[in-house]
Design a protein around this ligand. Structure first.
Ligand SMILES: [Zn+2]
Length: 142
């Protein structure tokens, strides 16, 4: 399985018998996988969503957005408890190219990617049970 390092964004190949939870990056020696959202930008977004073999759920947000602040701890908490999913965040004010290409009209918007392809998206601050339910429904489409 290929996992993009949460720290340096190098692509790591994890042998089938090894768990990505314990794997160290061949390049930076840090943990490849983190149980917390990884911040992405215009420079590393596509590599991260395309080269990871696990689904990546991206939260598009901005500093000034109140509902985004409500969403953030819910999103982080789910990341903490989802060992086979990757969670990432894109600051729409900083990553303007990616946000434009993703067609973000309102925030927060969460997009579920598998191998770089959008599977589904949902907008608005969701309570954790609803966010979880959306993720389960989207996983069922894969
Ligand atoms: Zn690394």
């Amino acid at each position: 399985m290929h996992i993009v390092c949460a720290n340096c964004k190098a692509i790591n190949r994890i042998p089938a018998q090894k768990s990505h939870l314990q794997a160290r990056c061949g390049k930076c020696q840090q943990a490849v996988y983190k149980l917390e959202p990884v911040a992405l930008n215009d420079a590393n977004f596509y590599r991260y969503v395309e080269k990871n073999d696990l689904p990546v759920i991206v939260d598009f947000w901005a500093q000034w957005c109140g509902p985004c602040k409500v969403m953030a701890p819910v999103f982080a908490n789910l990341a903490q408890h989802s060992e086979n999913l990757l969670f990432a965040k894109v600051n729409t004010e900083e990553a303007q190219r990616v946000s434009g290409e993703a067609g973000i009209r309102s925030i927060p918007t969460m997009i579920f990617f598998q191998a770089g392809k959008e599977v589904d998206r949902i907008s608005g601050a969701l309570p954790e049970p609803q966010l979880k339910q959306w993720i389960m429904q989207t996983l069922a489409k894969l």
